[in-house]
Write a protein that binds this ligand. Structure first.
Ligand code: 2NE
Length: 256
């Protein structure tokens, strides 16, 4: 498969998968999700790969979620909401390798959900985290809400969704959203170190450990499925459309 929106590279024992849409702050559209699904599946079942690194191109953003310029009452691709995003989130969990989020900038909306779904997250000190759905007439329910709560606790997860604030890398570390924070110019070296450490370990033991962690939160996959059905109906409403319109017009939304 020739990739248009992502870059796939093998660096030592790891597959590095980069969302390559810096002009859109690495927001994903339909084809981005399809390519990510293909690439993660490919790396996930390649025996020579010990870990998968997921990141964004450039210095500004890791990923800012769904591409709002490809959204008109639905996104522009396959799936319940026009993005096979719940498949992508599930696959990150299903592949038998650790998936490491290399968070190089904004991890906002669906980008923050990708961080949540990854097994490990290493952040640049310049990274910024947050959910934005209720600001733009959206929500990423299931992994975006319930799995987030498993990581950061119920009250913090509800604050993240109900206030839509932005959080620094240090705050993300304190709440348990990321594993470590390093200066921006040390990010790649740190990620490579973690990949080498994983490479030295038993791949089967790691795969079983990953599956066993996942089984304990497996019910959340079904919440995502149900949530996306609700979201597809919400996207048809004036309230949701106003959120997208306001973001694109760079003005505060008028929901009430
Ligand atoms: C990332 C953030 C906080 C940056 O804010 P700021 O003020 O520093 O920059 P600005 O001007 O907002 O953004 C810079 C450029 O990036 C584009 C903007 O439109 C702008 O483009 P230009 O005007 O320079 O041409 N940009 C940023 N994010 C984009 C996006 N997601 N889609 C398209 N263009 C984007 C701020 O930009 C922000 O909050 N972005 C997130 C917006 C957003 O609504 N994300 C989707 C949330 S819903 C979702 O992700 C989702 C899902 O993942 C799964 C299921 C359902 C929903």
């Amino acid at each position: 498969m020739d990739y248009q929106d992502i870059i796939y590279e093998v660096r030592g024992p790891a597959a590095w998968i980069t969302i390559n849409r810096p002009e859109k702050y690495n927001a994903f559209r339909g084809i981005t999700c399809e390519e990510l699904i293909h690439a993660i599946g490919k790396a996930g079942w390649d025996k020579s790969i010990a870990a998968i690194v997921l990141t964004g191109a450039g210095q500004k953003a890791f990923c800012t979620g769904g591409d709002q310029s490809a959204h008109d009452g639905a996104y522009d691709g396959r799936g319940t909401i026009g993005l096979p995003v719940e498949e992508l989130q599930s696959l990150i969990r299903d592949v038998p390798k650790p998936v490491i989020a290399r968070v190089n900038g904004y991890a906002i909306g669906g980008g923050n959900v990708l961080v949540t779904c990854c097994d490990l997250a290493i952040a640049s000190a310049t990274a910024v985290f947050g959910q934005v759905g209720p600001k733009v007439g959206s929500v990423d329910p299931g992994f975006g809400t319930a799995l987030l709560a498993r990581g950061v606790g119920e009250k913090k997860a509800r604050e993240i969704w109900m206030l839509c604030r932005r959080y620094s890398a240090q705050q993300a570390l304190e709440m348990g959203l990321v594993n470590t924070v390093v200066p921006a110019d040390e990010l790649d070296a740190e990620v490579e170190r973690w990949c080498m450490e994983i490479h030295a370990l038993s791949p089967t033991a790691i795969a079983i450990a990953k599956k066993s962690f996942n089984l304990d939160s497996e019910n959340i996959r079904a919440i995502s499925g149900m949530g996306m059905q609700a979201l597809s109906l919400f996207y048809q409403t004036e309230e949701s459309r106003e959120g997208v319109k306001a973001f694109l017009e760079k003005r505060p939304p008028k929901f009430r």
